[in-house]
Design a protein. Structure first.
Length: 139
């Protein structure tokens, strides 16, 4: 299982906003430049994060993007789940009705456990931690 470019770029953008948290709005072009993501693509990635309440946009001359919550309150799982959807390795984990073999499937529990472990690991990492680690790498 691999995360899409969409998820990886969204995480990078959110880390960038976390690094600048408390400094006021950040221009989209500045995030795009710093993270080497095209402006247009980044705008598409940030739209669902804004819709879910993780970021706000501020219009006007001094406008831009800001985190809607402190970076300590946003997990890696929060970001990835918004842009990727479910992280279940097979569809029957989230939608048991899609499989006619559910009553005799020995692997569904394994797939459910995989999803739970992935979620647990990603929920254990918040954006504040990643922002600190990013700053340490670039200093």
């Amino acid at each position: 299982m691999q995360l899409s470019t969409r998820a990886r770029y969204a995480v990078r953008a959110m880390i960038e906003l976390s690094i600048r948290y408390g400094e006021g709005p950040v221009l989209l072009k500045d995030v795009a430049h710093e993270q080497e993501i095209s402006d247009k693509y980044l705008e598409q990635l940030l739209a669902p994060l804004r819709a879910k309440g993780f970021i706000h946009t501020i219009r006007g001359n001094k406008g831009g993007y800001v985190l809607a919550k402190p970076p300590e309150e946003i997990s890696l799982y929060d970001v990835i789940e918004v842009v990727e959807g479910s992280l279940a390795p097979v569809s029957c984990v989230d939608n048991p009705g899609v499989c006619g073999r559910l009553d005799r499937c020995v692997t569904r529990k394994v797939w459910s456990n995989v999803k739970a472990r992935i979620k647990e690991e990603l929920e254990a990492v918040d954006l504040a931690t990643l922002a600190r680690e990013q700053k340490e790498l670039t200093c």
